[in-house]
Design a protein around this ligand. Structure first.
Ligand SMILES: [Zn+2]
Length: 258
């Protein structure tokens, strides 16, 4: 697939605009506030005019401060506006030659961005996000030319949901505290619907390994016991979908000489 400058420019601009909307979702959804994008300063409620609401550039121009009250506007907002177009571009380079898969994975990766930040801030994944993501994943299984067969998709979604729900309850009864959260179970099953059971095994395995490594490093410096698992799952899914399939293909090639 060729790299078309016009498409890429469009994707970057659209990605920045959507990143700006994702900020609204990340900030307001856990607080049960309206998601209608009316940009206001979080401190003084000053309505930000459209010409001061250009992703990234306005923040740089205003040096990260509200024009009205001078309150600092967190660089976290800019991170999401930067990450979104980059992620969208990577998805385009990987799935760009199939419009249906491109759209499917733009939705999947975009949800991931929102879930990472909400889970980092609030240590939970709202049902308002995880349940629609499961439904969307289930719907993709009925799209013609989907990259996951119906059987593998159902096994990945519904199958993993049953499996991890039992694991979660068993852990709770044995240890008397929560290990895996129900939000994580719903995130795993949603990923399963999107990628199918085989890919899900690699993604959950990779996420657990990554989680253990980061936790071991982090525990040295912090007494914090709670750890959000969502970001590890999302990032593993991203890495696997963007690059990991090559490793898997190499593995199959050497194992079975196909
Ligand atoms: Zn303000």
């Amino acid at each position: 697939m060729g790299i078309e400058p016009l498409v890429i420019t469009f994707l970057i601009l659209l990605g920045m605009a959507f990143g700006s909307f994702f900020n609204v979702v990340i900030y307001r959804l856990p607080l049960n506030k309206s998601l209608v994008p009316s940009s206001k300063c979080p401190t003084c409620n000053y309505a930000i005019p459209f010409w001061l609401n250009v992703p990234i550039f306005s923040w740089l121009f205003l040096k990260g401060k509200c024009r009205n009250c001078g309150a600092k506007i967190s660089w976290h907002y800019v991170i999401v506006e930067l990450i979104t177009p980059i992620i969208w571009l990577l998805v385009y380079l990987r799935f760009g030659d199939n419009p249906i898969l491109l759209f499917k994975y733009l939705v999947f990766f975009s949800y991931g961005i929102i879930i990472i930040f909400i889970d980092l801030y609030h240590m939970r994944i709202p049902f308002k996000l995880s349940i629609p993501l499961n439904i969307l994943g289930l719907i993709t299984l009925f799209i013609p030319d989907n990259d996951v067969t119906l059987y593998r998709g159902l096994a990945g979604g519904a199958g993993s949901f049953m499996f991890f729900l039992i694991m979660m309850l068993a852990y709770y009864y044995i240890r008397g505290r929560e290990g895996l959260g129900f939000g994580d179970v719903l995130l795993i099953s949603a990923i399963g619907f999107f990628v199918g059971i085989l890919n899900l095994v690699f993604i959950v395995g990779f996420a657990s390994l990554l989680g253990l490594i980061i936790m071991a490093l982090f525990m040295k410096y912090s007494k914090q016991k709670l750890f959000p698992f969502g970001p590890f799952l999302v990032i593993s899914a991203w890495v696997y979908l963007l690059w990991g399939y090559r490793l898997f293909e190499m593995y199959l090639h050497y194992m079975f000489m196909i």
